[in-house]
Write a protein that binds this ligand. Structure first.
Ligand code: OXD
Ligand code: MN
Length: 596
């Protein structure tokens, strides 16, 4: 019989019930110690769940491979289980809680026979902060435990906190048979519960991340008056030591992680900026006692996409993942280091691909398609403390004050490089009309526009109409709300080539954004918002033809009027629940575009 290292009756009862359902051979508590972590790593090497990488070149690093049909979040198997379907909204798959529990229970039943059930007490946010939320994940996967140890604060400190406060999110995970036909990712926001079964892929099973910190947290945020957002947080320090923080939301594949840790471009170096990375994926924001918006990153690690990460796109991350990192589904090189498409250095002459098969460049599959060495969604899990730009305020209980909120997407011809909303309500509209075009890396027709308000469409744990209403309401409560901007790094010319260099150069745009926040420069009013006076963007050291700059800020009214049709169709999904304010903003934008 397991000894429970807690007096929390609610916790003990819940674990007892779940052990009865899943029937593990034993129960092991994760204490957060280095010794226990080492032991689990050893066990994974024996079982084959992990492969040890070259200790000299990649100290403390491991490789893991998932099943080939278990490599990404399975949105069609992800559900919000609320009593009323309306409360999940048109943005979510819905199942009634009764049906959800019943369907998943059948898969969980006896699923841990012959296995160990690990109990992971974890805190999203610094342990003991008012901002933070505690979860407990029960899992039969050592890989999950080792990843959670990187991504969240886990172990005895959290358990002690649970003795004082017995609110926690009940997270149950089992690999079960890793069968896609018996896979379900269920959220029960009204019960503060997550059940995930049949998957071993990070986004589905590291339940502190998307499931708790976005879907459940957004629901809690609505109830308790705060925001859980799919946003990076970064600080920009001036030579006088003053740091301004921004939060930014982008859909997948728009460079959120790269922006969070950018290196100032050569031309701006004399200005002496320093970038501080607070987080790359999730931001929890609250109105603090000073009436402004403060944010924490609830995580302690990065679960980033490997392909395309290199010394040009993200030199900071290249350094970050050089130690104590778990790689998933990348290519294994003969020297036991790793590689992925778009990595630094030459393409290796041979290796073992993400499926564990021999690989060489130019290899074709049975349909004559190139075989990738690393899966397109291969990942690294790495601690934020490895990151050379990690903020010194990561553990501060109140987080950082946010001066600007930035929304962005990938639009080849529509959206200017940057524009500023007229006010908070218009800014919420700017977030609500966010969209991105599909790239070759995603399934679907190239160039198709996907609407992704605030980059939260797959992650908002309740009806998005209510979410927009919540954003509007919070704006009214702040003494000094952050200004809201939209950026688009991805404008192209007629041949489809990007006309803005992006990466570190994006700091030039952040500089304008902060100048606006500090009333240092005027904006130029257009129908969609304020754009910069071109002379207010510092282009020192960057050769960009004046015509290109013009193109980057072009606002084509007929294209925008066409865009409004797509926005209208999208808004209509929410029927009468959509806040009237957003329809009003829609009408006003329409009128401004027609008027000029
Ligand atoms: C992620 C995502 O994995 O947004 O962070 O898909
Ligand atoms: Mn994300």
């Amino acid at each position: 019989m397991t000894k429970f290292p807690t007096k929390n009756k609610k916790l003990i009862k819940w674990i007892d019930q779940k052990a009865l359902l899943c029937q593990p051979d034993e129960i092991v508590w994760i204490d957060g110690s280095a010794a226990q972590k080492r032991q689990l790593e050893e066990e994974c090497l024996v079982s084959g769940e992990l492969i040890k990488l070259n200790e000299e070149k990649l100290p403390g690093c491991f490789l893991h491979r998932t099943k080939p049909d278990d490599v990404a979040r399975t949105e069609h198997l992800t559900f919000i289980c609320t009593k009323r379907k309306r409360d999940a909204g048109p943005n979510n798959n819905w199942m009634s809680p009764a049906k959800g529990y019943q369907k998943a229970r059948a898969i969980f039943k006896g699923a841990m026979k012959g296995r160990t059930m690990y109990v992971i007490p974890f805190s999203m946010g610094p342990v003991g902060s008012q901002f933070s939320k505690i979860g407990v994940e029960l899992t039969d996967s050592k890989y999950v435990v080792l990843n959670m140890l990187i991504m969240a604060r886990c172990g005895n400190d959290v358990l002690r906190q649970l003795e004082k406060d017995d609110h926690f999110t009940k997270c149950l995970h089992s690999k079960a048979e890793l069968d896609i036909n018996k896979r379900l990712i269920l959220h029960f926001p009204e019960d503060n519960t997550i059940w995930s079964v049949g998957s071993g892929y990070g986004g589905n099973v590291l339940l502190g991340k998307k499931c708790l910190s976005l879907r459940i947290a957004s629901f809690l945020g609505k109830k308790e008056g705060w925001l859980a957002e799919h946003m990076l947080i970064m600080g920009i320090e001036e030579p006088n030591g003053h740091i301004e923080y921004i939060a930014a939301a982008f859909p997948s594949a728009c460079g959120k992680t790269n922006l969070a840790m950018l290196i100032p471009p050569e031309g701006l170096r004399v200005k002496g900026y320093r970038i501080w990375t607070v987080g790359d994926d999730i931001s929890w924001m609250r109105i603090d006692s000073d009436g402004s918006l403060w944010a924490i990153n609830p995580e302690t690690g990065f679960f980033g996409v490997a392909p395309g990460t290199n010394s040009k796109s993200n030199p900071t991350m290249v350094e970050t993942v050089s130690k104590n990192t778990i790689y998933t589904n990348v290519l294994l090189k003969p020297d036991r280091t790793v590689w992925w498409e778009g990595a630094d250095g030459p393409v290796p002459e041979e290796g073992i691909d993400w499926q564990g098969k021999p690989w060489r460049p130019g290899l074709l599959d049975e349909h004559e398609n190139p075989v990738k060495g690393a899966h397109a969604n291969s990942r690294f899990t790495t601690p934020i403390t490895n990151c050379p730009t990690a903020s010194f305020r990561i553990d501060q209980h109140h987080g950082v004050p946010i001066s600007a909120i930035i929304f962005g997407g990938r639009r080849a011809h529509l959206t200017p490089l940057v524009y500023e909303s007229f006010d908070w309500q218009h800014g919420v509209f700017v977030g609500a009309i966010m969209s991105s075009e599909l790239t070759a890396a995603q399934v679907g027709k190239l160039g198709t526009v996907r609407r992704d308000p605030m980059a939260m469409f797959p992650f908002c744990g309740y009806n998005m109409a209510d979410y927009f209403g919540h954003w509007l309401a919070l704006g009214k409560k702040m003494k000094k709300p952050p200004k809201i901007f939209n950026v688009n790094w991805f404008r192209t010319d007629e041949e489809g080539k990007f006309i803005w260099p992006g990466f570190g150069e994006n700091l030039r745009i952040l500089e304008w954004i902060l100048d606006r926040c500090n009333n240092k420069v005027e904006g130029v009013k257009t129908p969609i918002g304020y754009i910069p006076l071109q002379s207010d963007i510092d282009l020192t050291g960057l050769k960009i033809p004046a015509l290109t700059m013009q193109k980057l800020f072009e606002i084509d009214k007929s294209k925008w009027l066409e865009e409004l049709k797509g926005i209208k169709d999208f808004f209509k999904l929410f029927k009468r629940d959509l806040p009237k304010e957003l329809w009003r903003e829609y009408e006003q934008l329409h009128d401004r575009l027609k008027a000029e």
